[in-house]
Design a protein around this ligand. Structure first.
Ligand SMILES: Cc1cc2nc3c(=O)[nH]c(=O)nc-3n(C[C@H](O)[C@H](O)[C@H](O)COP(=O)(O)O)c2cc1C
Length: 137
């Protein structure tokens, strides 16, 4: 059985650009080893993450993430079993304000959840939209 989780959270301290890029690359590599797919965005002190993969692997990882002191205020907006995996890979991005264009981003990330059932897709898109809305003024 596959499982998917989506949440937003707030970093507990400031990360420099190179620090966050290193972390994102490390986590991407670890997830690829475990066949965990998803999206992780970091923007101005906030995280948006979607995880998808084998149920026990996703739940074990999320339990570690939940206890990770590098962020707090975790709001889990989705956590459910799904029939099969639908995401292509694990995408991470550090959205630094000068180089991101909102319509393109939304299109991009919405495309990556297109294989999910429409209800789940809708939930993720809503959170993604509000995450990006509050980041880009
Ligand atoms: C916002 C956030 C997202 C994270 N995402 C992942 C992730 O996708 N994959 C991962 O392996 N670790 C992720 N981590 C790190 C884990 O919480 C944890 O530190 C790590 O899995 C521990 O691995 P280790 O025991 O090998 O050091 C994340 C941490 C934070 C704060």
């Amino acid at each position: 059985m596959h499982h998917t989780i989506c949440y937003v959270s707030t970093a507990t301290r400031e990360f420099s650009g190179s620090e966050i890029n290193e972390l994102l690359a490390l986590w991407k590599e670890k997830n690829e080893e475990q066949d965990i797919k998803g999206i992780l965005l970091y923007s101005e002190g906030h995280f948006f993450q979607v995880l998808e993969g084998e149920r026990s692997a996703v739940l074990a990882l999320f339990s570690e993430i939940n206890n990770d002191k590098r962020h707090s205020g975790i709001i889990q907006v989705l956590g459910k079993d799904i029939e099969r995996g639908s995401l292509d890979g694990y995408r991470t991005e550090h959205l630094s304000s000068p180089n991101f264009s909102r319509p393109d981003l939304i299109r991009n990330y919405c495309e990556s959840v297109e294989g999910m059932d429409s209800h789940t897709q809708g939930q993720i898109k809503t959170v993604l939209n509000s995450f990006l809305d509050t980041r880009v003024l």
